[in-house]
Design a protein around this ligand. Structure first.
Ligand SMILES: CCCCCCCCCC(=O)SCCNC(=O)CCNC(=O)[C@H](O)C(C)(C)COP(=O)(O)OP(=O)(O)OC[C@H]1O[C@@H](n2cnc3c(N)ncnc32)[C@H](O)[C@@H]1OP(=O)(O)O
Length: 445
């Protein structure tokens, strides 16, 4: 493994305390200043001036054009902000408001992770709007879009749909037009909020009409912890550039990777024939081509964001649910998501698009299933397909899963890419002995 193994949630109680309370977990949910989950989208609508019905969306966009004059000509012209300026907490009161549960419920009486992805996306965008808030204006001239889900690490197998959940987050790094938002999620256990998830998103600011880049306010770290967070943001940017420059779409696999693929190839040759063409599946293995599932979404106006594009969170939920079904049918049991990695939003998805999602298992190890979902939109006029996103999900199954074998060169590259994503997690999966343990009845997290 290139980077020592699987991600453990780096969460601790009150892990980082810039500006007191930043990224802090256990706090009284009833205190002032916590948004209700319903308020997040309402607040976003208010900030961007979104229409509440589809008929008015053209008028709403026309109004946004007028905000162009509020855009800064340079980043230096914008006042610096602190991490605490964008810090927010959001309550999802599944315990205290049972009527909310239905939307979040799975048949196994756990919380739908796809819904959490949607909430994280909206929260990430709201955090970035808080960072760039113009205090004298109600609306923002910026169009902030999700560019990347850098990573999401789960530290609990499943969440209870009967206990309150709290999200918190803030901007942790800024570039010229991009921002990193770090978010955490906690669930009430006894009278304490315990950490359950850790997420890093990258958002990009665009002009009022979402046609070109726009500058974001600088960020000033105020304590050694904040400096460390900011430095980590810089490192993350460097890591992403390095990861992308060695992409298998650009470069040949390493010598070690080539050996892996060749050995897998040799292990599939039929010993009875002296031929490179007769391939036999080894025991307890599945051909990669047989691990696929596909779906189609018609992108209705209901799922639009202000810019008349489809919400990133909706795309993630759809991709996640397809990936889960893929892992489920591959492993033969209900898997749990462990990590989400490197979801890149390459192109916006327009309202009215036909969105094709294609999911396949591309790597497995012990109980782990690495699933890749590719999404593309079809242009009906030109009969062309354009890739909009690639999603990477790591699932854990309760029992050991079959190996997945590539047959073609292209599939071998998918295998290696899957292996790279799996290896980029930060702690060996097998070390996570507590992962399947349900919370104890004691009130410790
Ligand atoms: C209901 C009402 C609520 C309304 C709320 C609205 C919230 C909406 C939130 C969403 O749902 S957005 C929908 C999902 N996302 C998208 O559709 C985005 C699709 N992708 C794009 O539009 C472009 O790829 C994107 C604007 C993200 C980047 O465009 P470019 O590739 O031309 O960007 P460019 O090269 O100019 O780089 C601009 C910045 O982005 C950074 N960047 C671009 N791609 C990146 C990436 N993949 N990862 C990290 N950073 C990235 C890049 O480093 C640079 O940072 P700095 O200016 O700080 O140096």
């Amino acid at each position: 493994m290139r980077r020592a193994a699987l991600r453990l949630c780096a969460l601790g109680k009150g892990q980082l305390t810039p500006g007191r309370g930043l990224t802090q977990g256990p706090q009284n949910p009833k205190k002032q200043g916590i948004f209700h989950i319903h308020e997040v989208r309402d607040k976003l609508r208010e900030i961007v001036g979104a229409s509440t019905n589809w008929r008015d969306h053209v008028k709403a966009m026309e109004e946004r054009k007028l905000l162009h004059s509020f855009l800064a000509k340079s980043q230096d012209a914008l006042p610096p902000r602190r991490m605490k300026d964008s810090y927010i907490e959001v309550l999802l009161p599944l315990g205290s408001e049972p009527e909310l549960r239905e939307k979040y419920l799975t048949v196994q009486n756990t919380v739908r992770f796809g819904r959490i992805l949607e909430d994280l996306d909206s929260l990430g965008v709201l955090i970035c709007y808080m960072h760039n808030k113009i205090h004298s204006a109600k609306m923002s001239p910026l169009s902030i879009v999700t560019a990347l889900v850098d990573k999401i690490d789960m530290c609990k197998k499943s969440l209870s749909p009967e206990q309150d959940i709290k999200f918190s987050g803030h901007v942790s790094w800024v570039g010229k037009t991009s921002m990193e938002a770090k978010m955490q999620m906690f669930q009430l256990h006894g009278d304490e909020f315990c950490p359950v998830l850790d997420a890093t998103f990258v958002m990009v600011a665009r002009d009022s009409e979402n046609k070109g880049p726009a500058f974001v306010n600088p960020l000033i770290p105020e304590s050694p912890e904040e400096e460390e967070l900011f430095r980590q943001g810089e490192l993350n940017k460097g890591r992403r550039i390095a990861f992308s420059s060695t992409s298998l779409l650009k470069m040949a696999p390493s010598a070690e990777e080539r050996t892996t693929i060749h050995e897998m190839f040799l292990s599939t040759l039929d010993p009875k024939t002296i031929s490179f063409r007769s391939r036999v599946l080894p025991p307890n293995a599945v051909w990669m081509e047989n691990s696929k599932l596909k779906s189609l979404e018609i992108c209705h106006p209901q799922e639009r964001n202000i810019f008349n594009r489809i919400f990133g969170g909706f795309l993630m939920r759809k991709a996640y649910e397809l990936a889960w079904a893929t892992a489920c049918s591959f492993g033969g049991s209900r898997p749990f998501v462990v990590a989400v990695d490197d979801i890149m939003f390459q192109k916006p998805v327009e309202v009215g698009s036909l969105l094709f999602l294609s999911s396949q298992v591309c790597f497995t190890q012990n109980n782990y299933i690495q699933v890749r979902v590719h999404s593309e939109v079809a242009s009906l006029q030109e009969k062309t397909h354009t890739t909009t996103n690639v999603f990477h999900f790591t699932f854990m199954s309760e029992k050991e899963v079959p190996l997945v074998f590539p047959k073609t060169y292209g599939e071998s590259m998918l295998y290696l890419d899957g292996q790279r994503h799996f290896s980029s997690m930060s702690g060996p999966a097998t070390l996570r002995k507590d992962y399947f343990l349900e919370p104890k009845e004691s009130h410790t997290c």
